[in-house]
Design a protein around this ligand. Sequence first.
Ligand code: BGC
Length: 766
Amino acid sequence: MHWNKSPLLLLLCTAVLTVPGTARGQETTFSPEAKQKAEALLKQMTLDEKVGQLNQSAGLVLPGLADQKPDDLIAAGGAGSILWQMNAAEINRLQHIAVEKSRLHIPILFGFDVIHGYRTVFPVPLAMASSWDPSVEEQAQHLAAEDSRAAGIQWTFTPMVDIARDARWGRIVEGAGEDPYLGSAMARAQVRGFQGDNLNPQSVLVCVKHFAGYGAADGGRDYDASYIPEELMENVYLAPFHAAEEAGAGSFMSAYMDLNDVPASGNHWLLTDVLRNDWGFQGIVLSDAFAVGSLITHGYARDGEDAAHKAVTAGLNMDMASLTYSKNLAKLVKDGKISESAVDALVLPVLEAKYDLGLFEHPYVDESKVDSILSRPEGLVLERKLAARSMVLLRNEDHALPLSKDLKKVAVIGPLADSGHDIEGGWTVEGLFGPGSKSHPVTVYAGIKNKLPSAQVTLVTGPEISRIYPGLLDMLSGRKPVPPPTAAEAAEWIAKAKAAASDADVVVAVLGEISSMSSESASRATLDLPGIQQQMLETVVATGKPVVLVLENGRPLDIRWASEHVPAILEAWYPGTEGGDAVADVLFGEVNPGGKLPLSWPRVAGAEPLYYNHNLTHEPEDRPNFTSRYWDINSKPLYPFGYGLSYTDFKFSNLHIGKNAQSAADSNEVTVDVTNTGSVAGDAVAQLYIHQRYGSASRPVRQLEGFERIALKPGETRTVKFVLGENELHFWSPQTRKWVVEPSAFDVWAGGDSTAPLHGEFTVTQ
Ligand code: BGC
C-alpha cells in the first residue's frame, strides 16, 4: 500500500481526459414501431384518457385502499396500469373491461413485485449477488419472467439496485450489497433476464428501483432522508442504475425518501437532469407506492395539486396508487399550469411499452395453463442449483465441513430450522399478497432428512422468534405479533436443545432472522441474533459436539462469538423454495460452496456504515496512533467484502500488467493465474481491485473493477484476464464536475477478496 501525498496533485486539473457524455447509443428505450403506433393512438385520446394512462391503480387486492369502483374506473379508461392483483381470472376479467368497454380499447399493464421468483422462489437478491455470478440472476429472472407472463403480470418492480452500506437498513436484503461494480453487473443481468435483448411479447418490463439514494437512509431507518453529495451519487449510488439503463431497462421507480432535502419523487435533478438528460432514458418513471401523494407528507407539496405539479415537472410519468394524478392533472392542464404536450410526453412511453409487450394483440392470460407453468419441476431444479451457488462458507475450522453421509444422529436446532415461511424470504408473490403460497418450501430440517434417509434427525426449534411490532410483510402475510418466551419456557427449550445435542453426532444450528425482519420498513438498531438463539447456540457448543451454524438472514448479523467458537458457519441467506435441499447439498459436500460476500461483514451495528471502498484518511488505520478506529472493537470487518471459503484452496499468482504506463485513452490488460491447490474441484472468484494514488480527489483505498467466477479441478490453473480502460479508471471528479481519467499512479491487486495481497502498479500518462 502506498500512502502517496504527491505534489503532482496540483497538475491534475490541467492534464485529464474528460470522458464524453455517457448517454446510451440506442435511440429509444422502446421500438420505433411501438413509437409510431403510440403516437397515432395518442392523437385520438382525450385529456382524461391520457391522465388515466398515468394512473397505476391499487386497491384491487388490499381492501379499503381504493376510493373508486375498479370496474368503472377501468371502463372510463382511468387505469393505465394495475398493481397488487395476481389472480389470473381477475386479471382477465379486468382486462376484458379495459379492452371491450373502454373507448379506445387500451389494455391494462399489470405490475407486481416479482422480486426473486413467482411460485418457485429463488434466493433473495442479496444471496444471488453472493454468487458473484451474474448468470445466476439472469437464469432466475428469466424463469420468473416466463412465470409472470403466464400468470398475467407484464411489469415487475425489480431489480432493486440500491447500494446499501448499512446493514441496519432492512432493504439491504433486496439488493446486491455495497459495491457499485458488482451491483452494476447484477443489475444488467436482471434486466437481461426479464426483458431479454429487447422488450417483446414474452418478456417482462423491469422497473429499476428505488431511484435513487434510498439505501443511504439516515441511521439505516427505512424511508428516512438521505444526504449524498453529488460525487458520491455519481461514483457509487447511481452506478448500478446507469448500468441497468444502459442494458435497456424500460422503467424506473422513484424512491420514497428526501434526497438532499428534495423528495426523490419530485426531484427534477434525479428524474430529468440525470436520468433523461445525462443518460438519455426515454422510458417510464413510476412513483413508489403512494409517493406522489406523500410529497405532501414530506412537507414539500402544499396539496394534491401541488404534488401532481411537482411530480410531473420533475419528470415522473406514472403515479403508483396515490390517485394524485387522477384527481389533479386534468385541472392543472386546464388551468394552464402544465401543458398538454407535457402530459403527452409522459403518456407516450406507457403506450409504447404496451405495444412492445404485445398487449394489444394478446391481452389475456390462458388461465388453464397458469398452475402447471408456475409449478414446473425444471424451475425447482434450477432453484436448488442457484441456491447452492449463492451460499457463502464463512468458517470451516479443521475441515469440519463437509459432513459425512454416514452420520447416524443429527440434531437440528433453531427457530428457522423448519420454517417454510422464512426460507423463501420476504417477497413471495403468492404468500405475501395472494390467497396463500402454493409452493412447498423445503426447510433445512427436511433437506437433512432427505439427504440422510436412515439417520435419526432430531428437531428442536426453540421458541418462535418474538416480534412485538408486526413488520410490514408480517401484516401483508397475516403473521401476528409473537411475545418473547417466559423465563421458564426459554429454560425448557434450552434444556431440550442441550439434550438433543448431547445425543447427536453432529449439531446443525439454523439461526438468523425471520424473513420479515429484513425488508421494507424493517430496520434494526442491533445486529444481534434475535430471541434466545445465542443462548441456544452457546448451549449446544458447550456439549462438545461438532456444531455447524447455518445462517438464514437478510443482513449480516453479530456473530462474533460464533466466529470464534463454532467450527463451521455457512451463510445461506434466504435460499428459496428448494433451500433446505440446497443447504444439505453444500453441508454434505455434493456442492462445493463458491459464493463470496457482497458486503463487508460488520462486527456490531455501531460500526455501520462500514464498506471496503472507503477513502484513505488523514491517518490511515494501520498507523500506530491517531488512527481512524474504535477504542472498543476491531474496526475492520469480521469478514471482508468478497470473502468466502471453499472445500478446496486456491492460489493466486503471476499478476501481470500489460503496460507499465498507458495513456488516459488507452486500456491495459491485467492477467492473474488461479490454481486449485486442493484435492477437490471448486469455484474461485478472481477479483481485481484498483486504487488511484493521487488526483483531483481522494479515491477509495480499493475499488473492485473486475471479477470472474471460475470452476477449477484439483491441480488446475487458469489465467484470468481483466481489462482496465476508461470505464474502470474514470471517476466523477467533484472539482471538475466531470467524468475523468486522470494521470496518476495506480495500484492493482488481484485475489480472492478485497484484502488480496498480490499487488502490481502502473501509471496513466496524459
Ligand atoms: C415498495 C416498492 C414496491 C412497491 C409496490 C413499495 O412499498 O417500496 O419496492 O415495489 O411497494 O409493491
